[in-house]
Design a protein around this ligand. Structure first.
Ligand SMILES: C[S@@+](CC[C@H](N)C(=O)[O-])C[C@H]1O[C@@H](n2cnc3c(N)ncnc32)[C@H](O)[C@@H]1O
Length: 228
């Protein structure tokens, strides 16, 4: 299940990501494994019901989609990313894994793309951002738009760099300087934003800073029945 040439993604974000991943994508998975912590915990927490639809926003090389699709064989997976370099890589990886009938991939910007339309899928039961919000300057808008796609009973999952609350000032300074090279800015106020988004829509949320705040995992849940 591969979508062809999709609507042109937002140009500036796409160009920036293509420039960065143009030379890194081939060794991306190997080098990121030790420090993009919490991704496998996020995948395990998805636990999508049989027959459901799962969407990854900013799917990169397809690493998470492939792991999740192998774990839940009766679920449909969808992913999109702003970078054409990453999309090409993901499509090749999905094909190599023999999962092209269960994982659909498209190109789009998290701030403007409507995945329901692009994937002809009326609803997503699970949506996740894995190490993406820290790379999107208007991350609040991207998160808000994704929360809008939640159906009753659905959940939105996040893994990313954390609030660094347990790190010393030198550790923080070194980490932030290093992350800035990769256009990454940890969202130190993620908890506050989740509270805003949950409050607007009567969702519940959980947030867990792990490894002394190096990373964070969080979940927004939409109740099956509206409490309003
Ligand atoms: C650090 S990588 C994470 C990839 C994957 N989610 C993972 O966990 O391995 C961040 C990804 O977000 C994508 N990205 C950045 N800004 C984006 C945006 N505005 N919309 C969609 N994807 C975006 C990048 O192209 C890149 O593939």
């Amino acid at each position: 299940m591969m979508l062809g040439s999709d609507k042109q993604a937002d140009n500036s974000a796409a160009l920036a990501m293509d420039r960065m991943y143009g030379w890194q994508h081939s060794f991306y998975d190997l080098t990121r494994k030790p420090y993009l912590l919490g991704r496998d915990r996020l995948i395990a927490a998805l636990a999508p019901p049989s027959g459901s639809a799962v969407l990854e926003i900013g799917c990169g090389t397809g690493r998470n989609l492939i792991a999740a699709a192998q774990r839940w064989p009766d679920v449909s997976f969808f992913g999109y990313d702003v970078s054409s370099v990453m999309i090409d890589h993901a499509r090749r990886a999905v094909r190599r894994a023999g999962l092209e009938r269960r994982i659909a991939i498209a190109q789009g910007d998290a701030c403007s793309f409507d995945p329901r339309h692009a994937f002809s899928t009326p609803k997503f039961d699970r949506i996740y951002f894995s190490y993406v919000l820290s790379m999107i300057p208007p991350w609040r808008e991207a998160l808000d738009a994704a929360a809008e796609l939640l159906e009753p009973g659905a959940s939105l999952h996040i893994a990313d760099f954390g609030d660094q609350s347990g790190l010393g000032s030198l550790q923080r300074a070194v980490l932030n300087r290093w992350l800035a090279i990769f256009h990454v800015e940890p969202r130190l106020v993620l908890a506050t934003e989740l509270e805003n988004i949950a409050g607007k829509r009567t969702l519940s949320f959980e947030i867990d800073q792990i490894y002394r705040g190096y990373a964070v995992v969080a979940t927004l849940r939409k109740p099956l029945v509206s409490l309003l």
